[in-house]
Design a protein around this ligand. Structure first.
Ligand code: ZN
Ligand code: ZN
Ligand code: FE
Length: 757
């Protein structure tokens, strides 16, 4: 019986969800259906890919196995479901035109680095010799050019380019790699570059490449249009060129990303392990933070021991590095100070000329702005620090429905997040909302996401901070609004990433976040679940003289700690960092603390790291966000195992002994690297001992780590491995930033579990 059932030809509908559009999925289905001699059709729906075909049950199962095994490299199948349907007889297999069926949305592909086959084509195909916009179904721009779904050329910024006959032939040939490659182009019909230099323009690609190479060799700065915005390039091995770029970019103190032509050359300058190699070479092509092996000029990474390295990902990058005897070029966002990265040609030609000597544009519009993504491998896992190109808008899958929830994110490193079904769809990295242009970018991106994903917000979740623009946006939306405590959101974001839904011990360390006692929090040990939290321990509060000013003047935090623990006495300690401080300012700060003027209370772990970094005279004034803690991490000597003392009393941690012992070490001329390591070990010991106390008290074994401080490689590696050795289950961020860029995921999930409040 069973056998005759299985050999009967029936009609089936197969539905495939996940990242299956714009990645060569339909032609792949067509090819395997043809070779299995199955008849029917495949089409794109808003909901995914739908296949209807005639097959026996055995053949059907074989076919589905084949799909799972051989799906295109960039696709990501979330689910395959099939049902038998009323009989319909097909005589051939075909690809049907896209159809819109519901509000549910299929995934939009992120941008994909150029593939090997396409790099071959620009050396061999007559209409694509050195053609820098070559792409195929396995590679090329996606998110940056899409205006609405379904993903068809007409709905992208490629719509203004009319395909030539050669391209059309490939586009319609099912056995061609470019079959239905929406951005298909060649030198006869596609976009082209124009170099603007010295009031002249160059359009011939060979001339463009030669000119850009020569400019870079001659210490010049060139703005180069990428997938998601403009980038500024100069010779990374030339201190003069790099420091000029730094000066012209203004207020730009943070390390620059560096593009290397290949892994082999990068290996001369940095240590690369297998995981890092995988990240560097993945189709996402992020910036990867690596440990430096050979010094680059000071202005590249401002003396830190890491390099933000990236490999070429657009055809132009590869062309540029051919026969080019420079090992590395700076590859940093093309923006003016804190503004978002420039995407528009006219804006670039007006604004970026104040920084760049030449501007390289192309005539295809960037619809969605994205920066380069940043990752770091910690404990042999890729961790996202900035989630943008190559990752966005791939969703994270959750165990429950988050439809209609808009999570507005934090203020610094903002990303927002929308809920579609069980998908959390993060926006690209937006930036610091306090900057007016960035806030406009935030508003317009929310509107674009509504359109792109057919998203209608019903619930909006924000931080509790009354002054965050993302909170005000939520308040003014007129939609049902929930507020969530900042550090609870950090922990829930990490829980959501690991699909945890129970009571956990949360450790959230960062610089600042609004607390329910109106103080600034940031060293939180909490017992929490997705819905609520109980604050169990935190660091002692110190005054933050000048409020937000402390983040750029770490010496203020040092003075605040010293004054708290030693009164005026610390002025007799002969501390060298005070030589960097104007005595009038110092007196002013002390009297501000005395009179409680503009001195909000803070317990942020970031302030503690700031204070120690300033106290040992490593960083008294910061030129970029979190510089002081980064410098402290940068000088760690991993062979040091000692630590300082501290006190835990009531629910607080006191650092009086820590500071006292550091000052003694300073007196004894103990090297900074040793002090820094001992200090890190102290923080690690504190985390371990408090988490043990909490396990004892609450009988909870799961520890969740989040907050910007856990971007510190040494801290996270040690805490994770020591907690594991005590048999805790430890959870930390991988797919979502542990900094404020990840908070929106926590807010989204909070919205889902509290939507009936
Ligand atoms: Zn390709
Ligand atoms: Zn063409
Ligand atoms: Fe935070």
């Amino acid at each position: 019986m069973g056998n005759s059932q299985n050999s009967k030809v029936k009609t089936f509908i197969i539905e495939i969800k996940g990242l299956v559009q714009g990645v060569g999925f339909r032609p792949f289905i067509y090819r395997i259906a043809k070779s299995a001699k199955l008849n029917g059709y495949v089409e794109n729906r808003n909901t995914g890919v739908l296949i209807k075909l005639n097959a026996t049950e055995n053949k059907l199962l074989e076919f589905i196995e084949n799909i799972k095994k051989n799906a295109p490299p960039v696709s990501d199948i979330e689910s395959i479901n099939f049902i038998e349907t009323s009989s319909e007889i097909f005589t051939d297999f075909e690809i049907k035109k896209s159809k819109t069926v519901s509000d549910e949305v299929t995934q939009i592909s992120p941008d994909i680095a150029v593939c090997e086959d396409c790099l071959n084509d620009i050396k061999n195909q007559i209409n694509r010799i050195n053609y820098p916009f070559v792409n195929c179904t396995n590679c090329g721009p996606r998110f940056t050019i899409i205006k609405k779904i379904p993903y068809d050329r007409i709905n992208t910024t490629m719509n203004v380019f009319k395909m030539c006959d050669d391209c059309f032939k490939e586009y319609t040939d099912i056995f061609n790699r470019r079959f239905h490659a929406q951005p298909i182009a060649c030198s006869n019909c596609g976009p082209h570059y124009t170099l603007h230099y010295n009031n002249k323009t160059f359009e011939n690609i060979n001339e463009v490449i030669n000119n850009v190479r020569n400019l870079l060799k001659n210490k010049k700065i060139v703005a180069i249009k990428g997938y998601g915005g403009f980038f500024l390039a100069c010779n990374a091995l030339d201190e003069e060129a790099v420091s000029r770029l730094r000066k012209r970019k203004k207020r730009e103190g943070k390390p620059f990303a560096v593009m290397f032509p290949s892994i082999e050359i990068l290996e001369k300058y940095a240590f690369i392990n297998e995981k890092e190699k995988l990240a560097l070479q993945s189709y996402r092509k992020p910036i990867v933070i690596l440990k430096q092996k050979k010094d680059l000029p000071y202005s590249v990474n401002v003396g830190l021991n890491t390099i933000g390295a990236i490999l070429p990902y657009m055809p132009f990058h590869y062309l540029l590095f051919e026969n080019f005897n420079i090992d590395a070029i700076i590859f940093t966002s093309g923006n003016i100070s804190d503004e978002p990265i420039v995407t528009d040609n006219e804006v670039a030609l007006n604004k970026l000329t104040s920084i760049a000597d030449a501007i390289l544009v192309y005539n295809r519009e960037i619809y969605n702005r994205v920066d380069d993504s940043v990752v770091r491998v910690i404990n042999n896992q890729e961790r996202i620090i900035r989630r943008s190109r190559g990752y966005v808008p791939s969703p994270l899958l959750l165990d429950f429905n988050v439809e209609g929830i808009l999570a507005t994110g934090a203020e610094l490193s903002n990303c927002f997040c929308i809920g579609k079904g069980n998908q959390a769809i993060f926006s690209q990295h937006i930036g610091d909302l306090k900057n007016i242009e960035t806030y406009e970018f935030y508003l317009s991106t929310i509107e674009k996401f509504k359109e792109l994903f057919n998203f209608k917000p019903i619930i909006i979740v924000s931080d509790m901070h009354p002054d965050y623009l993302s909170t005000r946006y939520a308040e003014e939306s007129g939609i049902k609004h929930l507020k969530m405590q900042h550090h609870h959101a950090h922990i829930v974001a990490c829980m959501a990433e690991h699909k945890l839904n129970e009571n956990v011990i949360g450790v959230a360390f960062d610089g600042t976040g609004y607390g329910i006692d109106n103080n600034i929090w940031g060293s939180e040990f909490m017992i929490c679940n997705l819905r609520e939290f109980k604050r169990a321990f935190h660091f002692e509060y110190i005054p933050a003289p000048g409020g937000d000013k402390v983040t750029y003047e770490p010496w203020r935090s040092a003075v605040s700690y010293l004054y708290k623990y030693f009164n005026q006495q610390f002025l007799q300690f002969n501390l060298s960092f005070l030589k960097n401080v104007n005595p009038t300012h110092l007196n002013m700060i002390i009297s501000m603390i005395d009179k409680r003027i503009n001195c909000p209370l803070t317990c942020g772990a970031g302030r503690l790291f700031d204070a120690v970094s300033a106290l040992i005279n490593l960083c008294t004034h910061a030129k970029f966000h979190a510089e002081a803690p980064m410098r402290l991490e940068s000088i760690i000597n991993e062979s040091i195992t000692e630590a300082y003392s501290y006190n835990i009393y009531d629910n607080l941690v006191s650092f009086k002994n820590t500071f006292y012992e550091i000052i003694v070490d300073l007196k004894n001329n103990v090297p900074s690297s040793i002090i820094s390591t001992k200090f890190h070990n102290t923080v690690i010991n504190i985390i371990i001992s408090i988490v043990k106390i909490l396990r004892e008290k609450y009988n909870i074994n799961k520890v969740v780590l989040s907050g910007g401080s856990f971007q510190n490689k040494y801290l996270l590696e040690k805490v994770e491995s020591i907690l594991s050795s005590y048999e805790f289950d430890v959870y930390s961020h991988k797919k979502v930033p542990s900094n404020d860029g990840g908070i929106a995921l926590g807010q989204l999930v909070f919205g889902a579990v509290n939507k009936n409040l």
